[in-house]
Design a protein around this ligand. Structure first.
Ligand code: ZN
Length: 54
């Protein structure tokens, strides 16, 4: 149980862009980055969903 939690914490130690798959570790991981440092997308944390499209 605890092993699972630890593994999950390590896994989310950095951020991953859903748009360009870029992965990076921010200096302050408490604070969510506004944009992806690579593609500059403000929606880097949101995967493309066809249901949202109007
Ligand atoms: Zn990106």
């Amino acid at each position: 149980m605890l092993d699972f939690v630890m593994a999950k914490m390590i896994k989310i130690d950095g951020w991953r862009c859903e748009r360009c798959s870029h992965e990076w570790a921010p200096r302050n991981k408490e604070e969510k980055p506004k944009v992806c440092p690579k593609c500059k997308s403000p929606y880097w944390d949101t995967a493309k969903k066809e249901s949202i499209k109007k």
